[in-house]
Design a protein around this ligand. Structure first.
Ligand SMILES: C[S@@+](CC[C@H](N)C(=O)[O-])C[C@H]1O[C@@H](n2cnc3c(N)ncnc32)[C@H](O)[C@@H]1O
Length: 411
């Protein structure tokens, strides 16, 4: 791990935050948190869609006020890596944990600078895909290759998944793209291409959208899958180049694909900024199922450990979770934070309320009381409105219009 400052500086920085803590909290209280017109997709922030991700302006403000240059910021439910990218561009070290393998992959691609020489590899790969598109030219509405229906010999998920969720020619094109990606020699470039690949899957599948797991015919034309992939590759190549110019390599970024309740032992950090999963808001193992399967992951492993998933709290579930389940899970989270967050430093949670079995759940208060058991004191709670254009949730499920920024201090 790269340490960007000496021990003495570190103590100075901690002292500074302590001394200025009240002023920083006051300044945070004065911010207009809705950021209704802000650009939320700069750098690599939009490299892949991620439901319920927070806008970068939120971690940006919290990191600036509650940490110093060279310190370490952790997001223990990092999702698509918004906090980590903001931490790095603000010259902090970053740590991220998420149980969803797709989240860890996106975060890695989002935060890893790529050298000019590697961008050449990306260019070659893009040319290879264009060649594939030309070879698999379309005739009479079917995809053909040398005058026979185009059929890839490459790996794909099980037959029932492919037949239920995809048109036949889409499966062949995805399999061929995947084969080309697996062959990329640079880890960094390969990861970026995997993210681009995962990013197009829901759109070319019969899954309605990222927030609706129902089947809908979309009539994806032959060749369209490869075309979309090439298009997204171009957009993301430019985004990664901008990020690579900005992020300094002396700041470290560590990412774990792990269940936080069974987490590996973590290094110490100076600030937590996270938006945790909460009851009934979303089911990542389900909505990301086809993406995970194409990447070679088993979604049932995520299902077993996912906190707050809609499935877990559904009335249909045999062992339906309750508010007490959620409280208990967060007591374990605070037990871990007690060990890894430095004393007198802050843990910030961006979280909304939910409804379980018709009953309202005040998730911020549940977190605050779980934290109190492990020596975390609530120092600020800020209410913010979520822009109506932010369609992160299935509207039927969530109906979430507001959320809180809950700030606790480890005392
Ligand atoms: C609201 S999302 C975080 C989004 C993130 N702030 C962003 O901007 O992309 C919550 C995350 O918690 C993760 N998660 C759920 N249960 C988990 C667990 N047991 N351990 C670690 N991560 C978990 C989910 O996979 C999801 O990525």
């Amino acid at each position: 791990m790269v340490v960007a400052f000496a021990k003495g500086d570190e103590r100075q920085a901690a002292k500074r935050v302590l001394v200025d803590g009240d002023a920083a909290l006051e300044r945070l209280g004065a911010i207009e948190w809705d950021f209704a017109r802000a650009d939320t997709s700069y750098l690599t922030h939009s490299i892949h869609p991620y439901p319920a991700k927070f806008i970068p302006q939120i971690p940006n403000a919290l990191i600036q006020e509650l940490s110093s240059v060279g310190e370490t910021v952790a997001d223990i439910f990092c999702g698509s890596g918004t906090t980590l990218l903001e931490a790095l561009q603000l010259k902090r070290n970053a740590i991220g944990i998420d149980a969803n393998p797709l989240a860890a992959l996106i975060t890695q691609a989002k935060t890893t600078p790529i050298a000019e020489s590697e961008l050449k590899i990306l260019e070659e790969h893009s040319l290879e895909c264009q060649d594939l598109l030309a070879r698999a030219g379309t005739l009479t509405g079917n995809l053909f290759h040398d005058r026979v229906p185009f059929k890839s010999d490459a790996w794909r998920p099980s037959r029932d998944v492919c037949e239920f969720w995809f048109e036949r020619h889409v499966v062949e094109e995805l399999a061929e793209l995947r084969k080309a990606i697996v062959a990329i020699v640079s880890d960094r470039v390969r990861r970026l291409c995997q993210v681009v690949f995962a990013g197009i899957i829901v759109g070319v599948s019969k899954q309605d959208s990222d927030t609706r797991y129902v089947r809908r015919e979309k009539a994806i034309a032959p060749g369209e899958t490869i075309r979309r992939y090439i298009g997204k590759l171009e957009v993301n190549r430019a985004a990664v180049r901008r990020m690579s110019d900005l992020v300094e390599r002396r700041f470290s970024c560590q990412i774990w694909n792990a269940d936080i309740l069974n987490a590996p032992s973590l290094p110490e950090f100076d600030l937590v900024v996270t938006s945790p999963p909460y009851p009934n808001a979303y089911s990542y193992h389900l909505y990301h199922r086809t993406r995970l399967l194409w990447l070679g992951h088993d979604p049932s492993r995520l299902k077993q450990v996912e906190i707050g998933s809609h499935r877990k709290y559904s009335a249909k579930s045999r062992h339906r979770a309750t508010p007490a389940t959620f409280q208990y899970e967060f007591e374990q989270v605070f037990c871990l934070l007690r060990k890894s967050l430095r004393s007198n430093r802050y843990a910030c949670f961006v979280i909304g309320d939910s409804t379980v079995g018709g009953e309202h759940m005040d998730n911020s208060s549940i977190l605050a009381s779980a934290g109190a058991k492990f020596g975390f004191k609530e120092v600020k709670r800020i209410r913010r409105t979520i822009a109506p254009t932010r369609k992160s949730f299935n509207p039927r499920m969530g109906r979430i219009k507001n959320e809180n920024i809950l700030i606790l201090r480890k005392v």
